[in-house]
Design a protein around this ligand. Structure first.
Ligand code: UDP
Length: 405
């Protein structure tokens, strides 16, 4: 695990000194993160990388994962989908079960000075606040541009009891009685998932998966979730393939708080049928080097999401200078300026068109990748993210000094 000083080469020495100064102001405070999965998905990915660096800076940063049964995670997945604007039916029993699980978790927890609650699953822990004290922040990682009103009304009664709420993109801002802060997620350039890899490692991993690198490879890496539109990806690939030779890689795994994965994976397998140029790869947790190699070795990377809080996979691909085509949804347009640092699409046909274009115009594709890397370097690395979080935590102790726009 790298230390925070190892980031000076990329972020600059001054930026690291600044982090130490800010962290020093939090001395003696416990910053406790709470979410609902230890592996899988973007939230866990960020916490795994960020917590050791915060500790390295001297911050007493902790992490609790709430526990729930199948019924709880079926409900939270419904809530997640509803907040992404998908029509779902959640009954009163399910809401009651959701609260009960939150209360059960709360009873076994010790709360820190700053309680940083990620996403809706543990949101009702805020009920403990009168007894626990401390400053509470709700960090929403999901695409909130068109939430289901019924579910949002239910959650809002809890959100309004926090000190502030953090969203990933301006389009997700809601009408709330508390201050809202915009903080983009980030990637860790020194992690196994993002660090430079020797060419032999990349070759070896492609060989192990049986993918032919002498022909173009188009890849999407994502949990098997219908909001990542894996079936749409296959359809786009099929259209593009009528004009240009290519192979498709759909690689991903699951998250413990996402019960829908296996059903979506089956749908993908059925759709892929017996096309030997479609590689559906099930990745176990901790497949970081495999993901890194697949992104680096692909000709084009896709992230054809239908909704997306931020889309760490996009930042990961851009950091590796991969020509990237992604859905123009949620936090993705913060990362891709169309035809400059990547391609934004709105449909299967549009995605197919741009796969063909980028495969046929490698010089243009290369330029997109280079611009993408620069954009990530300037905006979406973990050091910037840590600074934003430290400032946020400090602002909780000096609310009158902050001007919210
Ligand atoms: N990821 C992973 N294994 C997988 C699929 C995804 O490690 O099988 C990682 C991916 O590289 C990224 C994160 O999980 O770092 C996904 O974050 P993103 O914001 O793209 O989507 P989310 O899954 O949070 O909706």
């Amino acid at each position: 695990m790298p230390t925070i000083r190892d980031y000076a080469d990329i972020a600059g020495k001054g930026a690291i000194e600044e982090l130490y100064l800010l962290a020093d102001r939090l001395s003696g405070k416990v910053v406790q993160n709470v979410n609902s999965t230890a592996v899988g998905g973007g939230v866990a990915e960020i916490l795994i990388r960020m917590l050791p660096l915060l500790r390295d800076l001297g911050v007493d940063a902790r992490w609790d994962v709430i526990k729930g049964d199948e019924r709880f995670f079926a409900t939270t997945k419904k809530i997640h989908n509803a907040l992404h604007g998908v029509a779902v039916d959640i009954n009163e029993d399910e809401f009651a079960g959701f609260l009960e699980t939150n209360r059960m978790n709360a009873s076994g927890m010790t709360f820190g000075d700053v309680v940083f609650v990620h996403d809706p699953q543990p949101i009702a822990l805020i009920e403990e606040r009168p007894q626990a004290g401390g400053r509470w922040v709700w960090r929403c990682h999901i695409d909130f541009s068109r939430p289901d009103e019924h579910v949002w009304r239910f959650l809002k009664t809890y959100v309004d009891r926090y000190d502030s709420a953090v969203f990933s993109a301006p389009a997700f801002a809601r009408t709330l009685s508390i201050p809202q802060v915009l903080i983009s997620p980030s990637i860790d350039p020194l992690s196994d998932k993002n660090r430079d890899l020797p060419a032999e490692t990349i070759d070896g991993i492609f060989e192990r998966f049986g993918i032919d690198r002498s022909r173009p490879v188009v890849t999407q890496i994502s949990r098997f979730d219908f909001l990542k539109d894996p079936v749409g990806v296959i359809k786009a690939y099929r259209i593009a393939k009528r004009r240009v030779d290519c192979q498709l890689v759909l690689a991903g795994g699951g998250a413990t708080d996402d019960p829908e994965g296996p059903a979506i994976m089956k749908q993908v397998m059925d759709e892929a049928e017996h096309d030997k140029d479609i590689h559906v790869l099930f990745l176990p947790p901790a497949s970081d080097i495999e993901i890194n190699a697949l992104q680096r070795g692909s000709t084009v990377v896709l992230q054809k999401s239908l909704r997306e809080g931020f889309g760490l996979t996009v930042a990961e691909a851009l950091w590796k200078s991969c020509p990237t085509i992604a859905g123009a949804v949620g936090g993705i347009p913060l990362q891709i300026k169309h035809k400059y640092s990547g391609i934004l699409t709105h449909s299967i046909e549009g995605t197919a068109h741009w796969i063909k274009q980028l495969l046929q115009e490698p010089a243009f594709a290369r330029r997109l990748g280079q611009n993408g890397r620069e954009h990530v370097k300037n905006n979406f690395l973990i050091t910037r993210h840590i600074k934003d979080y430290l400032l946020l935590f400090l602002s909780l102790y000096h609310p009158d000094d902050i001007v919210y726009l």
